[in-house]
Design a protein around this ligand. Structure first.
Ligand code: ADP
Length: 166
């Protein structure tokens, strides 16, 4: 059984993320979408719990996908989960340099875990969580950029005053 880990911040999950999750779920037996709890990334817009809720909502129909979160070294987490594959999405050359370095470092640390890169869907090549947050800050519409369930979840949070857009 091949288990793949798809790590990221998912703050919030976008159409680009969902596209990679769907494709990863077709080429592996099990996909663990792993939310990185990164103490170096200051001021996330959404708590880990909310990001998990949004990812649960958008992957409801995908039976071999589960949502988890982790702290610390990705390769150690992968070994703990008995995963053989790390999935990364690539949008542009700008993603490449950093990902290349990380993939080689991770291989050095844990040769048995293979990093697999998936090219972005051309429809979403410009899309990142930061773009979504930027639009939210300026009160714009994100309904083409995030899955419907995420849009509804965020709208409700804004309505309840639980997201401070300042
Ligand atoms: P971001 O804030 O840039 O969206 P994440 O840490 O949430 O970053 O991204 C998690 C993973 O998803 C990374 O491997 C990233 O390259 C990939 N990814 C993010 N957006 C897209 C997209 N639009 N197309 C393909 N891969 C993507």
């Amino acid at each position: 059984m091949k288990t793949a880990i798809y790590p990221g911040s998912f703050d919030p999950p976008t159409m680009g993320h969902l596209d990679i999750i769907r494709r990863a779920s077709k080429v592996s037996d099990k996909v663990i979408v792993a939310i990185l709890n990164n103490p170096h990334k200051k001021n996330p817009m959404f708590s880990i719990e909310d990001r998990k809720k949004m990812l649960d909502l958008i992957t409801k129909g995908l039976e071999n996908v589960e949502i988890d979160h982790f702290e610390g070294l990705l390769v150690e987490y992968a070994v703990k989960k008995q995963a053989q594959i790390i999935i990364k999405g690539l949008r542009a050359i700008s993603d490449f340099e950093n990902e290349f370095q990380m993939a080689l470092t991770n291989r050095k640390l844990t040769p048995e875990v293979e990093t697999v890169f998936m090219m972005t869907n051309d429809k979403y090549s410009y899309l990142s969580s930061s773009v979504v947050k930027e639009i939210l800050y300026f009160g714009g519409c994100i309904d083409q950029l995030v899955p419907e369930e995420v849009n509804e979840f965020i709208s409700e949070k804004i309505k309840q005053g639980e997201i401070i857009l300042a």
